[in-house]
Design a protein around this ligand. Structure first.
Ligand SMILES: *Cc1c(COP(=O)(O)O)cnc(C)c1O
Length: 387
């Protein structure tokens, strides 16, 4: 039996894997200790659980456990990375290079820094959503201290050439920070091979709980130093004070382990379902893929439906299918997506776009249902608009 609505919005958030919830449960009740309590067993048990989770997370991204800082999620991690670097390296320079299609947590942190006098270059993207390496290299000045480019875009799934970016950063002795929230656990990723110095991730985008995430901070070649943005008891080696969210961290660790052991098979399964959906919808006239179809996460399909109002399209099946529109849709305004506009889409086409993101629990039956529903709705709306 099909459970409605069919959830194809895994890029917004994922359900917790039942194994993650199971791993977390004892840390709410019997093993509720504070990981900073050094005087008794409950504290030691909590600390042990956090240490274990740190290893699980590190193993997923090819890091050392000592390089993982737990936070409340990728928004906080992005803020810590950007503001932490700017404060720590103020003596070296005051210029950051980022890109126009970054997540708001990066863009708004950059805007905040600009008000404090930091210079920020926002690289454009081409019609596939990719930055130009030549433009990146040309933007570097003696004052540049950080390149901040996301691993994969949350709206289009487009993956930036991180290895080439990190080589440019390294040549110039500049730190490379990547918001990898959408990529971690979905595609093979290794901070050493990829040359990443600082990297954000979030549990709820990879079948873990909401409100917990982390920041990878490289400890050698080079050793990255950050200024803490939350002061207090000196938790997380002074980088992020506050009593550790032990159940959440245990859940993040378990989620990372599940992703690591299932990654290859899961990516293949995601790609199969995504391609089936995408190929079927591309059969409809006037449907096209937004962003580079090749350099893309295996589970994401952002499609433009020409001559169909995105709002009407959503309303046509919104009770039965959960997807994301190409617009920040509050009931009052329909602002077209700034990401799609950056790819050169007109407002109208951006408003006619939908993001489908499949996940671990998506079934072929669900994909068949979505193909049928979306195709019917598009045909109905188009026949109406002809009259
Ligand atoms: C979801 C997301 C974030 C924000 O993560 P939270 O843990 O919800 O704060 C940041 N960056 C990207 C690319 C995301 O997809």
């Amino acid at each position: 039996m099909l459970h409605l609505p069919v959830y194809l919005d895994y890029n917004a958030t994922t359900p917790c894997d039942p194994a993650v919830v199971e791993a977390m449960l004892p840390y709410f009740t019997t093993q509720f200790g504070n990981a900073a309590s050094r005087q008794h067993a409950l504290g030691w048990q909590a600390e042990e659980a956090v240490d274990y989770a740190r290893k699980q997370v590190a193993a997923l991204i090819g890091a050392d456990a000592t390089e993982i800082v737990f936070t409340s999620g990728a928004t906080e991690s992005n803020n810590l990375a950007l503001k932490g670097v700017v404060e720590m390296y103020a003596g070296k320079g005051n210029h950051i290079i980022t890109c126009v299609t970054e997540h708001k947590a990066v863009l708004d942190a950059c805007k905040h820094l600009e008000k404090q006098g930091v210079l920020v270059t926002y690289l454009p993207v081409d019609d596939k959503g990719l930055i130009s390496l030549e433009q990146l290299a040309a933007a570097i000045t003696p004052a540049t201290i950080l390149i901040a480019i996301m691993y994969a875009n949350n709206e289009t799934g487009v993956m930036q050439p991180v290895q080439a970016i990190s080589r440019i950063a390294k040549q110039h002795g500049i730190l490379f920070f990547s918001d990898a929230t959408q990529a971690v656990g979905k595609v093979p990723l290794n901070v050493i091979n990829d040359g990443i110095d600082i990297m954000s991730f979030s549990a709820h985008k990879m079948y873990g709980p909401k409100g917990v995430g982390g920041l990878y901070v490289r400890r050698r070649n080079p050793r990255v130093r950050l200024t803490a943005q939350i002061d207090g008891g000196g938790h997380e080696r002074g980088l992020r004070s506050g009593t550790l969210n032990v159940p959440g961290i245990v859940g993040l660790g378990k989620a990372a382990e599940l992703c690591r052991t299932q990654l290859e098979a899961e990516a293949q399964q995601m790609r199969k379902l995504r391609d089936k959906l995408e190929n079927a919808l591309l059969q409809l006239e006037g449907v096209s893929v937004n962003g580079d179809a090749e350099h893309r996460l295996p589970h994401v399909s952002n499609l433009a439906f020409q001559y169909v109002d995105g709002n009407a399209l959503m309303l046509g099946f919104s009770k039965n299918i959960a997807v994301a529109a190409g617009s920040a849709c509050t009931s009052a305004s329909m602002e077209p997506s700034f990401v799609l506009k950056a790819l050169g889409l007109e407002d109208e086409l951006a408003r006619s776009s939908l993001r489908f993101s499949v996940g671990r629990f998506t079934t072929e039956e669900e994909i068949d249902y979505v193909i049928e529903q979306v195709s019917q709705t598009v045909k109905t709306l188009r026949s109406l608009s002809i009259q």
